[in-house]
Design a binder for this molecule. Structure first.
Ligand code: URP
Ligand code: ZN
Ligand code: ZN
Length: 466
């Protein structure tokens, strides 16, 4: 049987999927993977051959949590789809999922439509989470329509009063409608009353600067909100995904629910695996302000252990591309510091270094955490997160051992700082192929132009969620 002409072959490397790894050549034609060849099989001619000898060939990263041009609390992150997706590609991520957070009074469907227009600038494939802040008589129909139109995940915040916080009734109702329509809620779980009380105490004694951030959002706030949302999901038999879990306790509650049969999923972030609250006692505490905050060294170790052992499903960047001017402007009152850190480009190297390079976690788990599970949990299974015939040709040749010192000036993110400044990281991409295009070659990024597609996610069948 004759094969279609090949555009690209990646040969000589160790192919790593979430469920197997081994030496193989990857054949690419018209943006898709058309075959895998075992060593010794004859590799057909191709327009381009990439020699991956000594490297790992992993599926392009799927970042399930990436804020692009996000306006929150009066600050807007510095990147658009062009900048964020170029930075993603430079770091080995070939699909990003952004959030369509409605402006005050805006309908979730209109926020999605607006984001889809913005996504025309994307350099890699993108998908969207919708978001509900206030529920009205039209919300359920909007969500059903969105799932049918390829937006299957819906963000809910249990905190940030007067901005995006959804109340408990809204959380319950959205969990229910998504259960019945093939969607899933994506929940930021921190108990707002506990946080506001802690903030008031800190403000009352004049300790409300960025250096006091961790005290204003204690671990128990996360525990309480995760427990409450899990109870709602369990009673409804609804799936639920917790974004940016930052404590061992939050992860354990979610895992325990999963063992009881709840479709409950844990995402953590690179910073909760690596950075601790001592950063708030350092020279620029505001640069590390994110919600939930960085935790104690022992909590970081708990999160790392759970991610190493398979108790975490995904690592999302929670990329928020503020710059140091924005971060510094209100550093004396942490309630006004824009939350979040830049990280779409450093996600893969941080996870590789922390888990595989330093702790010996199998590369297959790295792939599950950074790509495969996020693809499955975002309705992209079969297309993304796997090196197999029929999947999109999103491939990264990753250098497993070469350490590089991170410098903000060397990164493509549209900001002037990185929380990893001066850190030695391995796992950088030597080559990145996105839907068959070689966009990073020998470590050098070339802008492919606005070729990223706004993907429609598939409804989430139960079998992907078990
Ligand atoms: O600090 C964070 N995480 N900011 C971004 C918005 C969110 O809560 O995900
Ligand atoms: Zn959040
Ligand atoms: Zn976020």
């Amino acid at each position: 049987m004759s094969r279609p002409p090949l555009d690209l072959v990646v040969t000589g490397g160790t192919v790593v999927n979430a469920d197997w790894s081994g030496p193989a050549s990857v054949l690419v034609s018209e943006g898709r993977i058309t075959g895998l060849l075992a060593p010794g099989e004859v590799v057909p001619g191709a327009a381009r051959v990439i020699d991956a000898t000594g490297g790992f060939v992993v599926p392009g990263g799927v970042d399930p949590h990436c804020h692009i041009s996000m306006e929150m609390g009066g600050s807007t992150t510095r990147d658009g789809y062009r900048e964020a997706t170029l930075a993603a590609l430079a770091g080995g991520t070939t699909t990003v999922v952004d959030f369509a957070i409605p402006a005050p009074g805006q309908a979730p469907v209109d926020a999605v439509a607006q984001r889809r227009e913005m996504a025309a600038d994307a350099r890699c494939d993108t998908a969207l989470h919708a978001c509900v802040v206030e529920r009205d008589a039209t919300t359920d129909d909007q969500l059903r329509g969105l799932v049918a139109d390829g937006v299957v995940t819906v963000k809910l915040f249990t905190t940030y009063r007067d901005q995006v916080m959804a109340n408990a009734d809204t959380v319950h109702a959205v969990l229910k409608v998504l259960r019945d329509s093939g969607g899933m809620a994506y929940v930021h779980a921190e108990a707002n009353p506990i946080i506001e009380h802690a903030q008031a105490i800190q403000a009352g004694c004049g300790h409300i600067g960025a250096a006091d951030h961790a005290l204003t959002r204690p671990e128990i706030a996360e525990t309480a909100a995760v427990a409450a949302v899990l109870a709602a999901a369990e009673s409804l038999h609804a799936p639920v995904y917790f974004v940016h879990q930052s404590t061992g306790e939050a992860i354990d509650l979610t895992r325990a629910a999963r063992r009881r049969g709840v479709h409950a999923y844990t995402e953590t972030c690179p910073h909760y695996l690596t950075l601790d609250e001592s950063r708030y006692r350092g020279p620029h505490p505001e640069r590390f302000v994110c919600c939930p905050p960085l935790r104690t060294k022992s909590t970081v170790e708990q999160v790392r252990r759970r991610a190493s052992h398979g108790a975490v499903d995904t690592v999302g960047s929670d990329h928020c591309c503020y710059d140091t001017t924005q971060k510094t402007a209100a550093a004396d009152d942490v309630r006004r510091v824009p939350n979040g850190m830049p990280g779409v480009q450093t996600r893969l190297p941080v996870v590789w270094t922390t888990l595989v390079h330093e702790r010996g976690v199998p590369p297959e788990r790295f792939v599950a955490l950074t790509s495969t599970n996020a693809a499955r949990l975002n309705g992209l299974a079969g297309r993304k997160g796997v090196i197999a015939p029929g999947a999109d040709a999103d491939l990264v040749v990753l250098d497993p051992a070469q350490l590089r010192i991170v410098r903000a000036g060397d990164l493509a993110m549209a900001t002037d700082y990185t929380p990893y400044e001066g850190t030695a990281l391995a796992g950088w991409p030597l080559t990145v192929v996105a839907t068959g295009r070689v966009v990073v070659d020998g470590g050098v990024l070339t802008d492919p132009g606005p070729v990223g597609r706004a993907l429609r996610s598939d409804p989430l069948p139960r079998q992907f969620l078990t």
